[in-house]
Design a protein around this ligand. Sequence first.
Ligand SMILES: O=c1ccn([C@@H]2O[C@H](COP(=O)(O)O)[C@@H](O)[C@H]2O)c(=O)[nH]1
Length: 235
Amino acid sequence: MPNPVYVALDTTNVNQAADLVAKLKGLVGGVKLGLEFFTANGPAGIEAITALGMPVFLDLKFHDIPNTVAGAMRGIAPLAARYTTIHASGGFAMMKAAVDAAKDAAAKVDRPRVKVLAVSILTSMDQSAMESVGFSGSVLEQVKRLAVLTQASGVDGLVCSPHEVETVRSMVGPAMALVVPGIRPAWAEAGDQKRVMTPKEAMERGADILVIGRPITAASYPADAAKRILEELNG
Ligand SMILES: O=c1ccn([C@@H]2O[C@H](COP(=O)(O)O)[C@@H](O)[C@H]2O)c(=O)[nH]1
């Protein structure tokens, strides 16, 4: 089985990210670069990390009208990321436009197409946070609704918390990638994450990819933390 861990390199500093890549190569399956890194370093920063030879997940969580999101997908096509993200709450038309643009753009630059993942409900939100923005149903019901919409739009995968992954897997089947942040080994602090679970539990419930940031990157010895997670996954 390929290593399912993508480590979230949430930093503004390219050298720090590159140093973590060097320390973690062979211990994680890929790296995730998000808004913090991209807003500080732009496409050149992404290219610098991609050049280090690990699969890159470009987590920019686009959420806008279909035409704008399609343009953004064309914009990132040359960066050769393996995965990118949009928000499922942008709706069917936006998600379809994103996938169509990713396909067209990849054909034009003659590269494998970036796989598009739709973020359902952020793992930092619990039931009361959902209600505070106007949702009356349960988190699980909303994630299920967005999973159906995501699959219908042709998007490649869904980002959800470990609490929903088993239900979503039973709904969408094996082909859709289920990417799961909110991962916390028993020895790590939850921080701002609300819907959390250990790496092993998340895999047992059907995750394909585990997104793990601070439990690795904020550890005194990131490579040791990544090894410990691998041991727990294999144990
Ligand atoms: O629902 C979501 C979607 C994305 N994320 C991202 O994953 C990492 C998690 O980092 P930790 O340090 O392990 O909390 C981070 O980059 C988020 O932007 C998420 O947490 N939840």
